[in-house]
Design a protein around this ligand. Structure first.
Ligand code: 0WD
Length: 261
């Protein structure tokens, strides 16, 4: 018996086959889930359609730009035609303008950059939940992806760290509000992975190398390892877990910066 047999899960945030959401989709599919996908814009449409053919027989591929409430509402109106009820979604979406992801935080942050980072990377999680709440089954699971820059100062991550802090607290409040309906909400705090989004962070390569050398497991995590935890969180095996931030970072977060003396 596979972990996710009979589960219908919507996957967002696939830009290409390096995306964390791609790795998650691969594992959810392996575990028997029925998947639907969103794509951000027309540029990504055919790529996500191709990926959907690999990982899903339902062939549900719908547009959604989370910057727009109208687009979010339309997504779920369309999804409802195929899936009146489903079992949750993966939120793997974040964005901040490139000039916000470099240099001195205080000098470089702008009101606009702050607003964009928070609305796309945090509000969108609850915005999606709000729009599909009445379509979620009573054993649903919502999963988002965060990063340790939410509670530590990481060079160049800047305003995205604040947006991730907001996303993690969003996760807790959503878990509190929807728990009585059987809907669980959790976040995975992933170690760094080379993707389109991460390549926008100045000196990301150094960040990868630092994580690799400092992590107890002495390597960076793979998208499959992140996918495995996402599958666990979407499955009934994790039915007692909600409102948590689970680290899939090879233990990087537990290590102090003091080198051996
Ligand atoms: O090291 C990393 N890559 C880590 C990523 C470490 C820890 C956490 N994360 C998080 C990211 O912050 C994000 O929340 O994981 C999530 C997925 O990120 P990713 O897999 O690294 O990035 P990528 O493959 O670029 O996918 C992110 C996608 C976008 O890609 P593009 O290239 O189009 O920006 O997020 C989506 C989009 O598909 N996205 C949107 N989707 C709908 N509406 C929007 C939007 N407005 N903006 C971005």
């Amino acid at each position: 018996m596979l972990l996710l047999n009979n589960k219908r899960i919507l996957v967002t945030g696939i830009a290409n086959n390096r995306s964390i959401a791609y790795g998650i989709a691969q594992v959810l599919h392996r575990e028997g889930a029925n998947l639907a996908f969103t794509y951000h814009n027309d540029r990504l449409k055919s790529r996500v359609q191709d990926i959907s053919r690999l990982f899903s027989s339902s062939n549900i591929v719908l547009p959604c730009d989370v910057a727009s409430d109208e687009s979010i509402v339309k997504l779920f109106m369309e999804l409802k035609k195929e899936w009146p009820l489903f079992d949750g979604f993966i939120h793997a979406i974040a964005f901040a303008p490139g000039d916000q992801l470099q240099g001195d935080y205080v000098n470089n942050v702008t009101r606009t950059g702050f607003e964009i980072a928070h609305t796309i990377s945090s509000y969108s999680f609850v915005g999606m939940a709000k729009a599909c709440r009445n379509m979620l089954s009573d054993s649903s699971s919502l999963v988002t992806i965060t990063y340790a820059g939410s509670n530590r100062v990481i060079p160049n991550y800047n305003v995205m760290g604040l947006a991730k802090a907001s996303l993690e607290t969003n996760t807790k409040y959503m878990a509190g509000a929807m728990g009585p309906e059987g809907i669980r909400v959790n976040a995975i705090s992933a170690g760094p992975v080379r993707t389109l989004a991460s390549s926008g962070i100045l000196n990301f390569r150094q960040m990868l190398s630092h994580h690799k050398h400092k992590s107890p497991i002495r390597r960076n995590v793979t998208v499959e390892e992140i996918g495995n935890v996402a599958a666990f969180l979407c499955s009934d095996l994790s039915s007692g877990i909600t409102g948590e931030v689970i680290y899939v970072d090879g233990g990087f977060n537990i290590v102090s910066d003091v080198d051996t003396v």
